[in-house]
Design a binder for this molecule. Sequence first.
Ligand code: PAF
Length: 291
Amino acid sequence: MEIVKSLNELRNARQNLPAPLGLVPTMGFLHPGHLSLVRRARAECAAVAVSIFVNPTQFGPQEDLAAYPRDLEKDLALLQVAGVDLVWLPTNEVMYPAGYQTWVDVESVTQTLEGARRPGHFRGVATVVAKLFNGVQPHKAYFGQKDAQQAVVIRQMARDLNFPLEIVICPLIRETDGLAMSSRNTYLNPEQRQAATVLSRALRAAKAAYEAGDRVAENLRQVMIAEIEGESLAHLQYVSVAHPDTLEELNMLEDDALFSMAVYVGQTRLIDNFLLQAGRWQVGERINERA
Ligand code: PAF
């Protein structure tokens, strides 16, 4: 496994890798969700590259970039075992050198949900992902369904800017009790950790109401709200039942919908989603259900 930092080192290492090359972009502090992306890339590509970069431009002024969890030594050990060929660790100076002034702004799909609550977040994400694509020049890039809106934004950006690669969105990975895996889960104390299962419980309740025949989006939102309000340690930021491509809120459901939410448990902001696509549910995979 080769580890590089500068663009020159990256270009040299990139030249020696066989095609197709898969890229898994990360901000480090890797958990089984990230490793499932690496495994998928390993299964589909002749070579796998992983980037680790805690991207400052996707953090808002109220979001604590300095407190974002990091453990590079452990990350590298996990990637070595996972059979990764190349790890790119760009520095801030490589990504945003002095005088930097070019940004990627994706329009309407960034205006709702996370984008509405985290101004500038997707501008930072789209910009850094475009730079990661330009640096690594992968044939395929792997992202998780956990960040559902990010997946929509990156697909749109790749299409609009003619990036010659395939975007692969992989299932969300859950703990055994249903909590979606996230680096942020480490911020939760044991009581909060228990309360955090309310997100997946709320999504399951809405799914059950849909399966019982309710197609009125507002009713399904209310089912999720009621479940979250029943958990005293949880504070709801939003629930949404939206079209999975446009992210516009729905009135009546047909066969496609993204059920999503953001909930504070203590100071920790958690997100989760279930995707209904062509009438089939994608609710993620529990870690013990996987090989
Ligand atoms: O999902 C993430 O970890 C980040 O948003 C990404 C895609 C690596 C960009 O910094």
